[in-house]
Design a protein around this ligand. Structure first.
Ligand SMILES: NC(=O)c1ccc[n+]([C@@H]2O[C@H](COP(=O)([O-])OP(=O)(O)OC[C@H]3O[C@@H](n4cnc5c(N)ncnc54)[C@H](OP(=O)(O)O)[C@@H]3O)[C@@H](O)[C@H]2O)c1
Length: 247
């Protein structure tokens, strides 16, 4: 349960890219519970139907690929947009020396190029809002390295960098841009990783608070950054990492 005012997002349109599962789903639910008009985007219609059935008046479902031009055009054509969570992302875990061109291109395409393109498309409708906020879903891996994760780390370090650049460039339109940088969270993306007991021990040993993140932990930080409570915060990151990067 969150402690935010239930009217926090009344009258606000908030788009969550990658809203069908995991962290994005939690962000979409929280924004809907707080009164927002939420545009939830993912490719799997059944995930979006399940979400919309919980909040029929609050969720508009777009079953689309967020890497597509037709999606970018649809975002650009929105009359107004107050919040965007650039959450869609992938990981291809493996030793750097073995990563294929396909893996490299897939990770860069979704985690970096698409984030840029969605944000670029959002500028037009965000200029029609008095103020707006973009939250880029980063990772603790945007601050450190980790075995078998150099490709993913590269993409999330890029997310941290572009966030600062966007914050500087878009400030004149009162568009704030920040990241949320989670540690490991149990979601469909990470579930297979935790079937490996050695890896699981490594992760728990690295997190001083001694537990994985919950999707709600991440959604709380996104909600704060999307809201006017964060109206003077731009170009920075909230690390929701249980202390991983403090070691
Ligand atoms: N889980 C973690 O431990 C963790 C830690 C740090 C950072 N993160 C970051 O948090 C974000 C979300 O991670 P997650 O673990 O929640 O992922 P997830 O469980 O794989 O969920 C991703 C969501 O994004 C959607 N999506 C993916 N590609 C898409 C596309 N091309 N078009 C439209 N929708 C798309 C998926 O739906 P469809 O497949 O139906 O389209 C799904 O709803 C990512 O950026 C990830 O890098 C995760």
């Amino acid at each position: 349960m969150n402690g935010f005012n239930k009217e926090l997002f009344i009258g606000k349109t908030i788009l969550i890219a990658g809203a069908g599962k995991g962290i994005g789903l939690a962000c979409a639910k929280m924004a809907a519970e707080l009164g927002g008009n939420v545009i939830a985007v993912a490719r799997t219609q059944s995930d979006l139907d399940a979400l919309a059935s919980q909040y029929p008046d609050r969720i508009e479902s777009w079953a689309m690929d967020v890497t597509s031009e037709v999606f970018f055009e649809r975002v650009k054509a929105l009359p107004v947009l107050h919040g965007l969570v650039n959450n869609a992302g992938i990981n291809r875990v493996g030793p750097m020396e073995d990563q294929s061109n396909e893996n490299i291109d897939a990770v860069i395409d979704l985690n970096v190029r698409t984030l840029y393109k969605i944000s670029q498309s959002a500028i037009t409708p965000m200029k029609n809002a008095d103020s707006a906020s973009i939250v880029n879903m980063s990772s603790q891996m945007g601050f450190v390295g980790s075995p078998n994760r150099t490709l993913y780390c590269m993409s999330k370090h890029a997310v941290e960098g572009i966030t600062k650049a966007m914050a500087v460039e878009l400030a004149e339109f009162n568009i704030r841009v920040n990241t949320v940088a989670p540690t490991f969270v149990l979601t469909p993306m990470t579930k297979p990783m935790f079937e490996d007991e050695t890896f699981k021990k490594f992760v728990f040993d690295m997190i001083p608070l001694g537990r994985l993140g919950k999707v709600e932990d991440i959604a709380h930080s996104c909600t704060f950054l999307l809201s006017e409570m964060a109206s003077m915060i731009t170009g920075t990151s909230i690390k929701v990492d249980g202390g991983w990067t403090a070691r």
